[in-house]
Ligand binder design. Structure first.
Ligand SMILES: NC(=O)c1ccc[n+]([C@@H]2O[C@H](COP(=O)([O-])OP(=O)(O)OC[C@H]3O[C@@H](n4cnc5c(N)ncnc54)[C@H](OP(=O)(O)O)[C@@H]3O)[C@@H](O)[C@H]2O)c1
Length: 285
């Protein structure tokens, strides 16, 4: 693969402490800062959508982020960077089902930068890989998937008591921790606050990365639990004709016009015609 060109920084609000990026990552991304407050983790999200806001084509074999971003290497590089600073990556079972062979590690999404990603984790004093947290109400998951079997990531399955029973009966390996959380009263959903508390005590300044999908992301916005969103805009128009769902990065919950959620631009970068935006939201965590 040709070496990546650095992202062009269009705007950077420059808040927070600068993380010790190895020189390869600093050259590609520029400084990466997070306001890391004591006694509290920072919850960030990462998504890619088309110009018309589509986050998933919802078609067999085409439902992951690749067809949305055009398998853009800069998008994968940024995903890897965010995973390499994360203590945990949180995904819903729908996302796991759409990319069943995935592991939520930096090197899995962008192997070319494995060395720098690992050095960054070491400099931050973090374990080799972020905890992979899978959220499911039903607990109907395939226990043979690599995320559960590879031995390369620690996994926490967060589910309802009924889902936990189903998952145990399904034959998950004993290395997978199962966290039982009562659902929130909103159907079978587990509230975002309950998800965060079930992940357990975290080191000072921990970063939790929510990679969706849209329903899980909707629950994090609904719980006012998301501090920041890293949003890649891919320069394609996917369209919608009603024959499939084609969600944006939030589904299952609505905010506007009753309770609109407005963000504040923290950063904007560019690689070719892809935009890499960073928005801050007022979380109540
Ligand atoms: N463009 C992007 O950046 C991006 C990122 C991520 C995903 N995606 C795409 O989005 C699509 C999936 O969308 P989705 O909305 O179905 O994704 P999702 O939120 O990952 O999956 C929904 C499922 O996850 C579980 N879940 C999510 N939130 C839950 C909660 N609060 N409590 C309990 N269970 C919860 C439930 O699983 P059970 O049914 O097992 O109970 C639910 O049916 C896929 O095509 C995926 O590739 C795109």
């Amino acid at each position: 693969m040709d070496p990546l060109a650095p992202l062009e920084t269009l705007f950077d609000a420059g808040r927070g402490d600068e993380l010790p990026l190895p020189r390869e990552l600093a050259a590609l991304y520029g400084p990466l800062r997070f306001p890391l407050r004591e006694g509290r983790s920072r919850v960030i999200g990462n998504f890619v959508t088309t110009l018309d806001g589509v986050a998933s084509l919802s078609a067999p074999g085409l439902s992951g982020g690749g067809p949305i971003s055009g398998s853009n290497p800069h998008d994968r590089m940024v995903m890897g960077l965010l995973r390499s600073v994360a203590d945990a990556v949180i995904v819903g079972a729908g996302t796991l089902r759409s990319v069943p062979h995935h592991l939520w590690t930096a090197e899995h999404i962008f192997p070319a930068l494995e060395g720098p990603y690992r050095r960054l984790r070491a400099a931050l004093g973090k374990s080799d890989s972020p905890l992979n947290v899978i959220v499911t109400a039903r607990g109907e998951i395939d226990p043979e998937l690599p995320v559960f079997r590879s031995g390369r990531v620690e996994v926490l399955l967060l589910t309802t008591p009924e889902g936990a029973r189903r998952a145990r009966e399904g034959g998950l390996p004993p290395s997978v921790r199962i966290g039982e959380v009562e659902h929130s009263g909103n159907g079978e959903r587990i509230g975002a606050r309950a998800i965060l508390s079930a992940i357990g005590p975290l080191r000072k300044g921990a970063i939790l990365l929510v990679e969706g999908g849209p329903r899980l992301m909707g629950d994090f916005f609904a719980g006012r639990c998301l501090d920041e969103l890293f949003l890649t805009i891919a320069p394609q128009v996917a369209g919608r004709d009603g024959s499939d769902e084609r969600p944006g990065f939030v589904s299952g919950v609505r905010f506007a016009p009753e309770h609109p959620l407005w963000g504040t631009l923290e950063g904007a970068k560019r690689a070719g015609s892809h935009l890499f935006l960073r928005y801050r939201f007022a979380s109540e965590e």
